[in-house]
Design a protein around this ligand. Structure first.
Ligand SMILES: *[C@@H]1O[C@H](CO)[C@@H](O)[C@H](O)[C@H]1NC(C)=O
Ligand SMILES: *[C@@H]1O[C@H](CO)[C@@H](O)[C@H](O)[C@H]1NC(C)=O
Ligand SMILES: *[C@@H]1O[C@H](CO)[C@@H](O)[C@H](O)[C@H]1NC(C)=O
Ligand SMILES: *[C@@H]1O[C@H](CO)[C@@H](O)[C@H](O)[C@H]1NC(C)=O
Ligand SMILES: *[C@@H]1O[C@H](CO)[C@@H](O)[C@H](O)[C@H]1NC(C)=O
Ligand SMILES: *[C@@H]1O[C@H](CO)[C@@H](O)[C@H](O)[C@H]1NC(C)=O
Length: 453
């Protein structure tokens, strides 16, 4: 008898715990958009995720999916966005509702769904495709999706146009085009018109908190600001993308990676007005292969450490890239006064064509009008390898290591790096401050003296 009583108590105890946990779980899930906006600025003061510590130095493993995400063996539910357009559609200017309804139907389908965007032109205001969904989803974009260029449509959230939020097992493909129609935003950028206040413009395509994601065979062009951003996502494969915007378009990063773990970017061509690929804080296991980059600002890690932030990036491999006519080739940039580390980074098999700063580490990065003053702390830079990098520099200084006095760059290796100036009459130079450097094979130009430490 007393034993039965005990069971009963235990039972109620479990029930109580259960109901105590569930609402809390949902409150954690209910991250607000505001929270997410703040993160984008890189001010996120969140602690360095603990899993990063468990990664061994020098290992660059990226998980490759065995199966194609969204490949669904059994029946699939096909959802055509055209089916959600009103019958008598006088307003061809706005397909937002059709896309929202198609998503709703697909996302609530139990059997796996394919959303088809036929080979036509569509026009969308900002849309948020939210998960979690009941099953795997494939989005097949054959047509052209164009952004509304009425800036008042973005009043609610000025920083995003299309967002996939918290979707697992998502495949986006089809060979179609996503066009941010960014002209109006570029004209109103403070970088273009110095009299205007500096304001953010929308990222064309954002994947936020997605897991098991494949983005394949798409053109993303003329983004309002960044083209594609992977944020707080995990296990991502990106391939066959064509990312383009004019060279003069301001802040139009091609592919932006932030707080994302395990991402591979392959076989893609990127040419914009800013970084082809930018990898910022909280990102780990980032691999880019066979990338063609230019025009733009090159492939960047950073900036890190702005406004005293503590930033971490590790296990990054850029393997196979052709970089042409950009302001930088492969760059690591950090601000004075930050902390954290960028480590275990490989740049290899890269061809440079007329790049202004082919190889550059800058721990004194500053894009304010007045110079930033030197500070005691810095984001550390450690274990960076440059291997088999060839080609031409648009300037005399082909290799630039501007490392900080307080935290010199550690374990930097140059192996088989040969860079010449584009202009035959100049001789390429290396500028090397506060760097702990080793050289292997043929390295040209060489640092004036390796005793700069
Ligand atoms: C959904 O995708 C995952 C990952 O690719 C796969 O393992 C799973 O079998 C898929 N589910 C269905 C129902 O197809
Ligand atoms: C991209 O999509 C188009 C149209 O669906 C298709 O014809 C083409 O083969 C695809 N390309 C790749 C590289 O998958
Ligand atoms: C990429 O897109 C641009 C602009 O739409 C186009 O001109 C170019 O041919 C495309 N490149 C590839 C490789 O598909
Ligand atoms: C990249 O392209 C090559 C050659 O076409 C192909 O073998 C490889 O599988 C592609 N990689 C990805 C991730 O699509
Ligand atoms: C590299 O990517 C391009 C597409 O950008 C593709 O056509 C080519 O086959 C790829 N090459 C290799 C060796 O993977
Ligand atoms: C190389 O780049 C410089 C500076 O960007 C430019 O002025 C020059 O015309 C380019 N040269 C070639 C051959 O493309």
């Amino acid at each position: 008898m007393p034993l039965q009583g005990l069971h009963l108590y235990l039972f109620f105890f479990i029930i109580i715990i259960f109901f105590a946990i569930i609402p809390c779980y949902y409150c954690l899930q209910g991250d607000t958009l505001n929270h997410y906006l703040q993160e984008e600025d890189g001010y996120d003061s969140g602690a360095y995720p603990s899993y990063i510590n468990s990664i061994e130095d020098g290992h660059f493993k990226v998980k490759i999916f065995d199966d194609k995400v969204g490949s669904i063996s059994t029946s699939v539910h096909k959802v055509n966005v055209d089916d959600f357009k009103p019958n008598f559609d006088n307003n061809h200017d706005d397909d937002t509702e059709a896309f929202e309804k198609a998503w709703e139907e697909a996302c609530s389908s139990e059997e796996g769904a394919v959303i088809v965007v036929p080979e036509k032109k569509y026009r969308l205001k900002p849309v948020r495709f939210s998960g979690p969904c009941k099953s795997n989803i494939t989005v097949q974009i054959y047509g052209i999706i164009e952004a509304s260029d009425d800036r008042s449509d973005y009043e609610e959230d000025e920083r995003h146009w299309l967002v996939f939020d918290k979707v697992e097992n998502l495949l986006v493909e089809g060979g179609g085009t996503i066009d941010g129609n960014g002209n109006i935003w570029w004209q109103n950028s403070c970088k273009v018109d110095k009299d205007l206040p500096c304001k953010d413009a929308p990222t064309a395509l954002t994947f936020y908190r997605c897991q098991n994601l494949v983005v394949d065979n798409l053109t993303i062009q003329n983004a309002q600001q960044m083209h594609i951003s992977f944020q707080r996502s995990k296990d991502v494969q990106v391939s066959n993308l064509n990312v383009t915007s004019p060279e003069h378009s301001p802040n139009t990063d091609g592919i932006h990676v932030t707080h994302t773990n395990n991402i591979q970017i392959a076989n893609s061509s990127i040419g914009t007005g800013d970084d082809c690929i930018s990898i910022v804080s909280g990102s780990q296991n980032v691999q880019a292969k066979n990338i063609s980059c230019g025009p733009g600002h090159g492939i960047s890690i950073g900036s890190l450490g702005s406004r005293h932030s503590k930033d971490y990036v590790s296990e990054v491999t850029i393997d196979g890239a052709e970089i042409s006519g950009t302001t930088n080739g492969v760059r690591i940039k950090t601000w004075q006064g930050g902390s954290g580390i960028a480590k275990n980074i490989k740049f290899q098999n890269i061809e440079m064509h007329n790049v202004s700063n082919p190889i550059i580490i800058n721990q004194y990065y500053c894009d304010h009008h007045k110079p930033c003053k030197e500070q005691k702390s810095a984001v550390k830079v450690k274990n960076v390898m440059y291997k088999n990098i060839k080609g031409t520099s648009a300037t005399e200084v082909a290799i630039k290591f501007e490392c900080s006095k307080a935290y010199p760059c550690q374990d930097i290796l140059l192996q088989d790096v040969v860079l010449e100036t584009e202009e035959a009459y100049q001789t390429a130079k290396a500028l090397c401050n506060n760097v702990n450097l080793a050289e292997l094979g043929l390295v040209l130009p060489q640092c004036p003296s390796l005793s700069s430490m």
